[in-house]
Design a protein around this ligand. Structure first.
Ligand code: TXA
Ligand code: MG
Length: 385
């Protein structure tokens, strides 16, 4: 079970009390750190408080919010009376809560306002592990609805400074807890279907591999171990594609103000994407410069093709932001949004991101990168030789 975080500094306590006052008495959203990304929190069960989240972010009303709790008793106040969670949920909560895993639960209309869930029959709930997030919810003594603390469509913030740049003047208070450890949002999971399987609606900080391992370990002796269904190159679920199960995923997302290109350097790119040799591609970028050098940001692992290749200087001005070793996808996850926002801040004209393997945290990284890049900007990069 989740222990209460201990707050030792009086300054921290004062900041938390000020934030809780803003939430509870003024019904104003507050930005706060979680272990995944910064959140923009408001009282989940208060309709005018949560309406402010939608208006600050410019968020479409049909995209539901995640409710954050600091304890299991608080979780139970949100659920239908006498609700019993499926065995898979019990296993997942035991291993991953508090942490970067969000679970869908049935929504009791008498408890959870329809505004938060965009009229879905389910409510998404998670228990964050970041001590500041947990303490804020505990001091406010109420569940907080919190999307990522960015304008709708922008990359999620992983530092207080990112929030300030994006939402300056729109939020009254930002709690600064330093850089977020995970760096990508939580994994959103739906285990409420009759087949008992676990549908990953959004890959995130908790990997599919870790979820599969826990289900095997905890439910190995039961009749059937639930399958983990997730969109990957090798799997598509027709029902998942047809139904608007993750309303959030249909919108353009994670996009900085400048164009983003996803470059495939080893695996086959999706059907319909352009295939260009490196020198042809660079020449085409140079041509967009209007006599000025084109400023290009690169996001790539340290030891990858774009992380290590020589870059042509003539007419092109490069900034490389390295995403850690290819063998450590958690480091890439930690740095991805920071890299996008840092390159944007440095005033590059466009950003090139190199593909990573869709394994472990790499699956969530590629999910975000594809959305940032948009379908028409996937390019195969052939090293010229
Ligand atoms: O790590 C995170 O989850 C962060 C931090 C702040 O906790 N929050 C976050 O919230 O990423 P947001 O609003 O940016 O993303 C929530 C995602 C959206 O894709 C939304 O569509 C989905 O969760 N979601 C929320 N409620 C849902 C529901 N009832 N059914 C299906 N999807 C839901
Ligand atoms: Mg978001």
């Amino acid at each position: 079970a989740a222990a209460m975080p201990i707050i030792s500094s009086p300054d921290t306590m004062r900041a938390l009390e000020a934030a809780a006052h803003e939430l509870v008495h003024n019904l104003q959203p507050v930005a706060f750190p979680t272990e995944t990304v910064y959140g923009l929190g408001a009282l989940a069960l208060n309709v005018s408080a949560t309406e402010r989240i939608f208006s600050i972010k410019g968020r479409p009303a049909d995209n539901p919010l995640i409710v954050h709790v600091s304890s299991f008793p608080m979780l139970h106040t949100l659920l239908p009376k006498d609700y019993v969670a499926p065995p898979a949920y019990t296993a997942l909560m035991k291993h991953f809560w508090p942490g970067a895993l969000t679970l869908l639960f049935p929504r009791d209309p008498a408890i959870v306002p329809a505004l938060i869930t965009a009229h879905q029959p389910t409510v998404a709930i998670r228990m964050p592990s970041h001590p500041v997030a947990r303490a804020l919810i505990a001091v406010a003594d109420a569940p907080l609805a919190a999307p990522s603390a960015n304008s709708s469509g922008k990359p999620s913030p992983t530092r207080a400074e990112h929030v300030r740049r994006d939402l300056d003047g729109k939020v009254g208070l930002i709690l600064d807890g330093g850089a977020c450890g995970v760096g990508l949002e939580s994994t959103v999971v739906d285990g409420l279907h009759a087949d008992g399987d676990i549908r990953v609606l959004r890959p995130g900080g908790i990997t599919v591999e870790a979820i599969e391992r826990v289900l095997r370990e905890e439910l190995g002796s039961s009749e059937r171990i639930p399958q983990v269904l997730v969109h990957r190159r090798d799997y598509r679920d027709a029902a998942m594609e047809a139904a608007p199960t993750t309303p959030g995923m249909k919108y353009r997302h994670y996009s900085p103000a400048v164009p983003v290109y996803l470059l495939y350097t080893s695996s086959p790119p999706p059907v319909g994407s352009e295939t260009l040799d490196a020198d042809v591609f660079f020449a085409s970028l140079r041509a967009t410069g209007d006599a000025k050098p084109v400023k290009i940001g690169i996001l790539a692992p340290n030891d990858s093709t774009l992380g290590t290749c020589d870059l042509p200087a003539d007419g092109l001005d490069w900034t490389r932001f390295l995403l850690g070793p290819t063998a450590e996808p958690s480091v890439t996850a930690h740095l991805l949004f920071d890299g996008l926002l840092t390159l944007e801040q440095q005033g590059v004209d466009l950003i090139l991101i190199e593909e990573v393997q869709e394994e472990q945290e790499g699956l969530a990284v590629m999910n975000r990168v594809k959305k940032a890049a948009g379908e028409c900007r996937w390019i195969r990069f052939n090293k010229s030789g």
